[in-house]
Design a protein around this ligand. Structure first.
Ligand code: Z5A
Ligand code: MG
Length: 217
C-alpha cells in the first residue's frame, strides 16, 4: 500500500487557503483528512485562539511562537499515522506560517533559523501550495482586520519572510517542485481550484513506499 500524501496550503491572510483546502478535500474523498493550524480545539489551541482574538491578552513573542509549534507537535503523531494508513492529509497552514509570522515580528532576535528549530522533525509536506496576491486583494476580503497580525504593513513583511523560507527550502532540498506558488489576483475560486488540482493530482497519484514518511529538514 502506498502512503498518503501531505499537501499544505500556505499564504497570507484571506488568500483563500481554507476555501481551497475544503475544495481539495472534496476532490480527494474518501481517503483524506483536513487539519487546520492553529488547531484551536486543543488546550494549547484554545490559548492561541484567545491570543489571536483578544488584543489585550499579552504573551512574549517567543512564548507565542513555541505555542504554535507545540500545537503542531500535538497533532504530529496523528498526521504520521494517517499517512501510513494510506490517507491523504490536507493542511491549512503549518510550519512555514510559524516561521514567517514570528520572524516578521523580530527579524533580529527571532530570525528564521531560530523559528524553525522547535519544528524540526515534524512530517514534511510532499507539496506546499503558496497562495499570494500582488495587489493586497486579500485585504479587501471579508474578515480581514479582525484578528491580530491583519495589518497591511505587517502582511508585507510576512510575505517577504515566506519567500525567503521557500527559497531556502529549494536551495537545501534535492527534490524540485516541493513549493508551488499561485498568484490569486483577479482569479475566481474555481480558477484557483483548477490550478490547485493541476499541481496536486500528479503528487497524490504518485506511489510512495509506505515506510517512507519524510521528516522536515
Ligand atoms: N499563525 C502564526 O502566527 N503562526 C503559526 O504557526 C500559524 C498561524 C499556524 C490565524 O490563522 C493566524 O495565525 C494567522 C497566522 C497565524 N494570522 N492572522 N491573523 P488562520 O489560518 O486561522 O486565519 P483565518 O482567520 O482562517 O484567516 P485566513 O486563513 O487568512 O483566511 P484564508 O483561509 O486564507 O481565506 P478564506 O477564509 O478561504 O477566504 C477569505 C474570504 O475570501 C472568504 O470570504 C472567501 O469566500 C473569499 N474568497 C476566497 N477565495 C476567493 C476568490 N478566489 N475570489 C474572491 N473571494 C474569495
Ligand atoms: Mg483560513
Amino acid at each position: 500500500m502506498s502512503r498518503g500524501k501531505l499537501v499544505l496550503f500556505e499564504g497570507l491572510d484571506r488568500t483563500g487557503k481554507t476555501t481551497q483546502s475544503d475544495i481539495l478535500v472534496e476532490r480527494l474523498q474518501p481517503d483524506v483528512t483536513l487539519i487546520k493550524f492553529p488547531e484551536r480545539s486543543t488546550e494549547i489551541g484554545a490559548l492561541i485562539d484567545r491570543y489571536l482574538k483578544d488584543k489585550t491578552f499579552e504573551l512574549p513573542d517567543q512564548a507565542v511562537h513555541l505555542l504554535f509549534s507545540a500545537n503542531r507537535w500535538e497533532m504530529a503523531e496523528r498526521i504520521k499515522q494517517l499517512l501510513l494508513q494510506g490517507t491523504h492529509v490536507v493542511l491549512d497552514r503549518y510550519v512555514y506560517s510559524g516561521i514567517a509570522y514570528s520572524a516578521a515580528k523580530h527579524t533580529d532576535k527571532m530570525d528564521r533559523s531560530w523559528c524553525l528549530q522547535p519544528d524540526r522533525g515534524l512530517p514534511r509536506p510532499d507539496l506546499t501550495i503558496f497562495l499570494t496576491s500582488d495587489d493586497a486583494e486579500n485585504e479587501l476580503r471579508a474578515g480581514f482586520g479582525e484578528e491580530r497580525y491583519e495589518k497591511s504593513e505587517f502582511q508585507q513583511e510576512v510575505k517577504r519572510q515566506f519567500i525567503e523560507v521557500f527559497k531556502a527550502l529549494e536551495d537545501n532540498s534535492q527534490e524540485q517542485n516541493l513549493v508551488q506558488i499561485i498568484n490569486i489576483t483577479g482569479k475566481s475560486v474555481e480558477q484557483v481550484a483548477n490550478e490547485v488540482w493541476e499541481l496536486t493530482e500528479p503528487v497524490v497519484r504518485a506511489p510512495t513506499d509506505s515506510k517512507n514518511t519524510e521528516i522536515l529538514y
